[in-house]
Design a binder for this molecule. Structure first.
Ligand code: PMP
Length: 397
């Protein structure tokens, strides 16, 4: 017998919370843990553009034959254009290639495995704090994870100088994980000037950026949110991108993302991409089709694309509205502490500054679930659950 030696795995810090939430019998409970968009009614409906694309696919689909290792080609091309922009020099130079991947997580894992199997690089730098699964994915692939400073608790801001100082100690060939936009969990992104400096540092020190791009369109807009990535891409010879369309297409359970390789020239890119495909072949052979076909159908059709952009704008604006309402409602609940910083953060999350004990009390006494780091999913707030949330926070402060 070999399984008797196996020890119990700890609950996942985010998905474990959802399990605990589901098991909670209290009626007024609120889940602000996992990053899932909810509309004003507290639902996560299928986007209208997605429903229309699916209707077309159902009608037109003729086969369930295997896709190639790298998935749907029209999808991969659409991904490149979302990342680098239509008419991008990088695309014209044929220095970038995308492969469909099972979600952003799958893309991060493929990128890590590709690096481990084909390069000398063994270290990846991630921001402190970062998405709870990053370390897990990278370490499981065999990479050593180091942290660079990102957040300054005193003023709820970004400690850019400390970030640059930490990254200055990185060695040539080290990977640097950068959140393309809507930094998870802090909601604080570098400015254009800061992206420029990050690009310079990576270029000068020979560091390889790995962009995690899971929230395009949730910050300021589809093009705006890609600015940092495009600035850095124009400065460095090589980089990797892990895209996710879980949030911006609401395709959470379709597991649709992409891993993109950028290299110094076409020949190097082709070789690298052939190894990315080899990594995929050894992991899951080839990807499922549905999510990629939805995305490529929407992006390839003017009307559907316009509908999707409108829906994305609607999601972004509702979250922004909830941020303001959250700050106002905390004050109305009698909180005197300044939470105005929440309204300047980007994306789905707010890094509240609540400590572990306060987070535990929110859950135990009030049925309000947030991640242990104090990260709150603003995308899960609605006008109707807001008073419950703010009253609970006011009580634990
Ligand atoms: N990166 C970040 C920063 C995320 O927040 C998430 C999703 N929570 C992912 C990657 C993974 O996305 P997916 O669900 O597509 O695997």
């Amino acid at each position: 017998m070999i399984f008797s030696q196996v020890t119990q795995a700890p609950a996942d810090p985010i998905l474990g919370l959802t399990e605990a939430f589901k098991a909670d019998a209290r009626s007024g409970k609120v889940n602000l843990g996992v990053g899932i968009y909810k509309d004003e009614a507290g639902e996560t409906p299928v986007l209208r553009s997605v429903k229309q694309a699916e209707a077309r696919l159902l009608e037109q689909e003729k086969t369930k034959n295997y896709l190639g290792i790298d998935g749907v080609q029209a999808y991969n091309q659409a991904v490149l254009e979302l990342l680098f922009g239509k008419g991008s020099e990088l695309i014209a130079q044929n220095r970038a290639q995308a492969s469909q991947a099972p979600g952003g997580t799958g893309a991060l894992r493929i990128a890590s495995e590709f690096v481990m199997s084909n390069t000398q690089s063994r270290t990846i730098w991630v921001s402190n704090p970062t998405w709870a699964n990053h370390q897990n994915v990278f370490e499981t692939a065999g990479l050593q994870v180091k942290e660079y400073t990102y957040y300054r608790a005193e003023d709820h801001g970004m400690d850019f100088d400390a970030m640059m100082a930490d990254l200055a100690t990185a060695e040539q060939g080290d990977l640097v994980l950068l959140h393309g936009c809507c930094h998870n969990p802090t909601g604080i992104d570098p400015t254009i000037e800061q992206w420029q400096q990050i690009g310079e540092l990576c270029r000068d020190k020979g560091l390889v950026p790995l962009f995690d791009f899971a929230y395009q369109g949730f910050g300021a807009g589809i093009e705006e949110d890609a600015q940092g990535l495009r600035i850095v891409a124009a400065m460095v010879p090589e980089m990797l991108v892990a895209s996710s369309f879980s949030k911006n297409f609401g395709l959470y359970n379709e597991r649709i993302g992409a891993v993109t390789v950028v290299a110094a020239d076409t020949e190097t890119k082709d070789k690298a991409f052939s190894q990315v495909k080899r990594t995929i072949r050894a992991s899951y052979s080839n990807p499922p089709a549905h999510g990629a076909l939805i995305v490529s159908t929407i992006l390839g059709d003017e009307t559907l694309r316009a509908e999707w952009e409108a829906e994305l704008t609607e999601m972004r604006e509702r979250i922004a509205e909830m941020r303001t309402l959250f700050v106002d409602s905390l004050a109305a609940a009698g909180v005197t502490q300044d939470f105005s910083f929440i309204s300047t953060q980007n994306g789905m999350f707010s890094f509240s500054g609540l400590n572990k004990d306060q987070v535990a009390r929110l859950k135990d006494e009030f049925g309000v679930y947030i991640v242990g780091s104090g990260r709150i999913s603003v995308a899960g707030m609605t006008k109707s659950n807001m008073p419950v949330i703010c009253k609970a926070i006011a009580a634990v402060l």
